[in-house]
Design a binder for this molecule. Structure first.
Ligand code: PHB
Length: 406
């Protein structure tokens, strides 16, 4: 991987890396940063509730988000605006039925200052009801379901990741340019899949494509045999999909085993190939995706992030780690604006709303409905990397339809 082929001096990166990793070690272990003055030291700890999946098909996503988030805090000596951080972890199991009780535990029982969560869109919808009642500041580090920043949007909920339609709306044009005019769509049967399809329909049909069939698999089933048989029979020009995590690796493998890899090209929103390329092996080769990140973005900022993450956690970061990191950056920004005093709600929300984040993904800003306004990249999976092959959309903002904040 040519991480520093962009003019970054290795020495400079090393120097910065050491300080960050030193701080990261402090947060992850027992060390503690130097106090920033008596007033800051006396403030209460900031309670951060991590409501994430630590088991099931999205377990690795939750872990990566936590790592990234901790890294952003570690860069400031393990403190946010002078306050020590207490982490309270909760495994939401990507289980919507348990989400109400889980979110209440963090917001009401543990009285966290902020909830960072979650990954699964169905769980996010249930959390939204709870934080509408409690007013808890909520930072969404992944789940892309539209409703939480459209009709059901809230002043206390901000997303640092993407909306489901952002990658897929940008996919259609790329497929048409590759002569994929008749496509089958396939996904898991839950809100993230449905909202991904909404974006895909918009972009693909507008670009001149026809969706010949929309297929669904129950979440989190990884028995893809029925849909693969149907795809083989339909013989479309291409297949487009939303899958993620462990299930995505299995889908790519089963797709290749069914003999479809070289006859019917597979496309997807980039979650398909994030963090799972080792697991998917040659089955991922050549898959074209759209996403708001690529490991190989040739910027100093991305190089530093990847170097520091690898040093701290001993493996490569993916889009989820980056989203966790950006969640930490956004929280840092908000807290610094109110000197750690979260009771100043208007000032806090104002700072989050006007945030502009210098991220490993490129600079993004917070949109009117509390979603990132960001570039979407075109990538192709090759030899274990999501290689960057272009920019599919610039400064894309979710419509935020029905959100009264905008
Ligand atoms: C979601 O449920 O919103 C979701 C899950 C995994 C992803 C992306 C979106 O990779």
């Amino acid at each position: 991987m040519k991480m520093f082929s962009n003019g970054v001096s290795r020495r400079r990166v090393l120097a910065r890396g050491v300080s960050v990793v030193g701080a990261a070690a402090g947060v992850l272990g027992s060390g503690r940063a130097l106090a920033q003055g008596p007033a800051a030291a006396e403030k209460d700890k900031l309670k951060v509730g991590l409501m994430l999946p630590y088991s099931g098909t999205y377990a690795k996503l939750g872990e990566a988000i936590e790592n990234g988030m901790r890294m952003a805090v570690a860069e400031k000596g393990g403190r946010l605006a002078g306050r020590d951080v207490e982490w309270i972890k909760l495994d939401d199991e990507s289980e919507p039925k348990k989400a109400d009780a889980n979110a209440r535990r963090l917001a009401v029982q543990d009285k966290v200052d902020v909830i960072v969560g979650t990954v699964h869109s169905g769980v996010q919808m249930a959390m939204q009801k709870v934080v509408a009642e409690t007013g808890t500041l909520t930072l969404i580090p992944n789940a892309g379901v539209h409703a939480v920043t459209r009709g059901a949007c809230l002043p206390n909920v901000f997303r640092t990741s993407f909306t489901m339609a952002q990658p897929t709306v940008a996919l259609g044009q790329a497929m048409i340019e590759r002569k994929a005019r008749r496509a089958v769509w396939v996904t898991w049967d839950y809100s993230a899949g449905a909202d991904s399809l909404e974006g895909f329909r918009e972009g693909y049909v507008k670009a001149g494509g026809t969706i010949v069939k929309e297929l669904k698999v129950p979440f989190p089933s990884t028995d893809f045999s029925a849909v693969l048989a149907e795809i083989a029979q339909l013989k479309p020009d291409a297949v487009a999909c939303f899958f993620a995590g462990a299930g995505a690796a299995k889908f790519m493998q089963d797709y290749a085993k069914a003999g479809l890899q070289y006859s019917i090209p597979l496309y997807g929103s980039g979650f398909l190939t994030e963090g799972v390329l080792d697991g998917a092996g040659v089955a991922a080769e050549g898959i074209v995706t759209t996403l708001h990140y690529s490991n190989l973005l040739p910027t100093v900022r991305n190089g530093e992030f990847r170097y520091n993450y690898r040093r701290a956690f001993k493996h490569e970061p993916d889009v989820y780690a980056m989203q966790g990191y950006d969640t930490g950056l956004l929280l840092r920004h908000g807290l610094e604006a109110v000197q750690g005093d979260m009771s100043q709600r208007n000032r806090l929300y104002g700072a989050l709303e006007s945030a502009s984040i210098d991220s490993p993904r490129g600079k993004w800003r917070m949109g009117r409905a509390h979603n990132p306004v960001q570039d979407i990249y075109l990538r192709t999976a090759s030899a274990g990397e999501n290689r960057l092959i272009g920019v599919a959309a610039r400064a894309l903002e979710d419509a935020g339809t029905g959100c009264k904040l905008a």
